[in-house]
Design a binder for this molecule. Sequence first.
Ligand SMILES: [Zn+2]
Ligand SMILES: [Zn+2]
Length: 160
Amino acid sequence: MQALISKLQGQFPTLRFKAGQQFSWSPDSGEIIYIDGASGKRATWSLLHETGHALLKHQTYRADVELLRLEVDAWERARRLASDLGTEIDEDHIQNCLDTYRDWLDKRSICPTCTTKCLQQGDFIHYRCFNCRSVWKVTANRFGRAYRSTKLAPSKIPAI
Ligand SMILES: [Zn+2]
Ligand SMILES: [Zn+2]
């Protein structure tokens, strides 16, 4: 992990890395959070993915539909980083991550009252059901961990 961070740091001196609980990108602090001591392929891929978000300067507070686009872009950037480092990211892994993410977005958009799939409101925090008119709140989008405030088990929340 440290060797990879040093390489990335050398290539992109403005990037800032900080040890934390999970791999994530924090647009607010401008830091890439990594798990200290993590090793193996998946950890490497996660770090490259979050670095992708950082290099593309992704911001918070986007509509859910737009977030998926940003996830795809971050993986695209991560692929190029990997190839610069003489390695590659498993394509199945990328597709799995995106699928998990799609499912998660899908669940956020389903009405907790009548299970109709709905569209997000303009403030990016509320959904309103066009069928039964329920309104529900989801957490603001962040490139870390965000989740619907009700009815979603923590185990189903993907790290994004
Ligand atoms: Zn409803
Ligand atoms: Zn991501």
